[in-house]
Write a protein that binds this ligand. Structure first.
Ligand code: ZN
Length: 222
C-alpha cells in the first residue's frame, strides 16, 4: 500500500483518486467537527481502499476474522480505521467521506476515553453517527415511527442489541438531546465517567429525560 503522513493522519491507501484532495477534505471535516463540537483529533491511522476484495482480505488477514459480513464498508479496531470508499466517476461519494469521519471519530474516542474500558455502544456509535452527519431525516422519521408504533429500549438493551433495537437512529438522538439540553461538554464528561464506572443511577435519569425529549420533539402531529 502507499503511505503518506500528515499532521493528523498516518494514511495507508490504495485508491485511484488524488490523495491530496482526499486528505484536504478529511482535514476540513475534522476541523469543522473541532469547531462545532470541540473534539480534538489526535494523530490517527487510516487505511483506504477502492477495491472491496482487497478491503475484506486485508481485514481478514490482519485480524483473523473469518466471518466478515459482506455489507461492511468501514471498521475501526482500537487505533486503526479501515474504510472502503466508493466513487461516482472521479468523485468520492459523500457517504464514503461520512464513513471515513465516522471511523476516525471511533478511533479518536478510543484513544481519548477508553484507557480503562470501552465506551457503551450507544455512546460510542451515537457520537460517531451524530458528529459525522449521518443522523439524517431518514433516521429522524424512523424515530417518529418508533415512538408511535414501538417501544423505546433502555440504554442497556440498546447496548446489548444495538442494531435490532434501533441503535442506528436512536443512539444519535441521545447525543442530540444531550447537546441541545446540557451542551457539548456534557458528552465528554459522560464519556470520562463511563471510562471510570458504569454510573447506573445517572443513566436512568438520562434515559427518562431523553425519552421525554423524543416525545416532545419527534412526536408532533403534522
Ligand atoms: Zn460505528
Amino acid at each position: 500500500m502507499n503511505f503518506i503522513q500528515t499532521k493528523n493522519l498516518d494514511l495507508y491507501y490504495n485508491i485511484n483518486q488524488n490523495i491530496n484532495s482526499v486528505i484536504s477534505i478529511i482535514t476540513n471535516r475534522m476541523n469543522k467537527i473541532n469547531d462545532i463540537y470541540k473534539m480534538k483529533f489526535t494523530n490517527l491511522t487510516l487505511y483506504l481502499f477502492n477495491d472491496k476484495n482487497e478491503f475484506i482480505s486485508h481485514l481478514k488477514n490482519k485480524f483473523s476474522i473469518s466471518n466478515m459480513p459482506d455489507w461492511i464498508k468501514g471498521l475501526n479496531v482500537k487505533t486503526e480505521s479501515f474504510v472502503l470508499i466508493e466513487d461516482i466517476g472521479e468523485k468520492i461519494t459523500d457517504d464514503s467521506y461520512n464513513r471515513i469521519i465516522h471511523e476516525l471519530i471511533h478511533q479518536n474516542l478510543f484513544k481519548t476515553f477508553c484507557t480503562n474500558k470501552m465506551l457503551p455502544k450507544w455512546l460510542d456509535e451515537g457520537i460517531a453517527l451524530y458528529f459525522s452527519e449521518q443522523f439524517s431525516n431518514n433516521e429522524k422519521i424512523k424515530i417518529y415511527k418508533h415512538l408511535k408504533y414501538g417501544e423505546i429500549p433502555n440504554l442497556q438493551t440498546l447496548n446489548e442489541n444495538f442494531v435490532l433495537s434501533g441503535g442506528y437512529h436512536l443512539a444519535p438522538s441521545i447525543i442530540e438531546f444531550i447537546i441541545e439540553t446540557y451542551g457539548v461538554d456534557e458528552i465528554y464528561k459522560l464519556s470520562e465517567d463511563m471510562n471510570k464506572s458504569d454510573n447506573n443511577s445517572s443513566l436512568e435519569i438520562l434515559y427518562k429525560n431523553w425519552y421525554n425529549y423524543l416525545k416532545n420533539n419527534y412526536l408532533m402531529e403534522k
